[in-house]
Design a protein around this ligand. Structure first.
Ligand code: ZN
Length: 198
């Protein structure tokens, strides 16, 4: 027997399909939303639809933005000759929060994972290599220290070496298996400063 009405169950089901939301949280959120005023719920769903429809990749760095070129890439005060490679936009935001990095980024949107069948062609690697044909002095590889992140870093360094561009990897301080976005700013900075040449 279903505990709740069909439409409530459907809402719970949809919510629990989101990352990090279990059935219990989904139930709590569902009842919260149902009890909110209708215009509040509409603002919420509009925000989701609007973001989905209007957010796309930055033409340069492939981060998610609602502009043609993101504010970092279009900032002339940033050092466009230094590119930090990250797995996703949340990792970019983590480094950006430190307020110390002056270069630009490249967002891969994933990492190489033979186990999950994710190969070099499934992430924004080709796009990175295309950028490296321009005026670039250094690439800082800041993928996560998970197996996938390390695999990607190795693969990248092999691709970059022949170009003669300096290539480094963020250092210790980032725990093995740790997600960059969950790491405090001091640790992130230490990792950036202690990066090692590849
Ligand atoms: Zn950009």
């Amino acid at each position: 027997m279903d505990l709740y009405a069909g439409k409530i169950n459907r809402l719970i089901e949809e919510l629990s399909s989101l990352p990090g939301i279990g059935t219990k949280s989904a139930g709590r959120l569902a009842f919260y939303l149902i009890n909110e005023p209708e215009d509040r719920v509409k603002r919420f769903t509009d925000a989701i639809l609007d973001a989905r429809a209007n957010i796309h990749y930055c033409r340069e760095c492939y981060t998610l933005t609602d502009e043609e070129v993101c504010p970092i890439c279009s900032n002339p005060r940033r050092d466009h000759g230094t590119i930090m490679v990250v797995e996703n936009t949340r990792d970019l935001a983590a480094y950006e929060k430190t307020d110390k990095y002056e270069g630009v980024y490249h967002v891969l949107h994933g990492a190489i994972s033979p186990m999950l069948g994710i190969g070099p062609g499934d992430i924004k690697l080709k796009e990175l290599m295309h950028r490296l044909a321009g005026d670039v002095q250094e690439v800082i590889i800041a993928t996560n220290s998970s197996l996938e992140g390390e695999t990607t870093a190795m693969y990248l360094s092999k691709l970059i070496k022949p170009t003669g561009i300096r290539c480094s990897r963020i250092a210790s301080g980032v725990p093995v298996g740790g997600d960059l976005e969950n790491i405090d700013e001091v640790t992130l900075l230490r990792a950036l400063e202690g990066r090692t040449e590849l």
